[in-house]
Design a protein around this ligand. Structure first.
Ligand code: ZN
Length: 173
């Protein structure tokens, strides 16, 4: 590996802790997941790839990404979805084999408020050995569990209609 490549790799490795992540990320400008580099791809089947993460949260962090630029799981074909499920299994086994960690967290952010710059669907598969990576800033709730249930139950007719709409629009059956 030449010196320039080595330096770049170290910059990727340390970007999350040096605060350089935002700067590097903003300069990309195109969909990075439509343009995956072969060096980082670990496995591929049925238009779905298992890849290492450039800006990992922890060593061993991988991603499962469909080649097609889709925004949401609802747009996946049954074969792509089944392949992603298979890759989650493979990722978990690999993490245990390579890093000796028996836990894995699967993370996917959906929707405009959750996705940052990348709208291309991707699942993070993150080794999980201690909760330090996922410290939630819990909020004071307004509602009890039953009150929260009632808010959604009041939308039962809408749920039924959404289920029908999904079947019509996104299901191949
Ligand atoms: Zn894309």
């Amino acid at each position: 590996m030449d010196e320039a490549t080595r330096k770049k790799q170290i910059a990727y490795r340390d970007a999350r802790v040096t605060g350089n992540y935002e700067g590097i990320w903003q300069s990309v400008g195109k969909c990075v997941f439509c343009d995956l580099k072969d060096d980082y791809i670990l496995f591929e089947e049925n238009g779905v790839v298992l890849t290492i993460v450039l800006f990992a949260y922890i060593d061993g962090h991988m991603m499962i990404i469909p080649r097609r630029h889709v925004k949401s799981v609802k747009e996946l074909t049954p074969l792509e979805w089944e392949t992603m499920r298979k890759f989650m299994y493979i990722a978990k086994k690999l993490i245990r084999e390579v890093h000796g960690i028996k836990g894995m967290q699967i993370l996917q952010k959906d929707g405009a408020d959750a996705q940052s710059t990348v709208e291309h669907l991707h699942f993070h598969t993150i080794p999980f050995d201690a909760p330090d990576l996922t410290t939630w800033n819990y909020r004071q709730l307004k509602n009890t569990p039953l009150e929260n249930a009632d808010l959604y139950k009041a939308k039962h007719a809408e749920m039924v209609s959404l289920a029908k709409r999904f079947d019509k629009k996104y299901s191949d059956d």
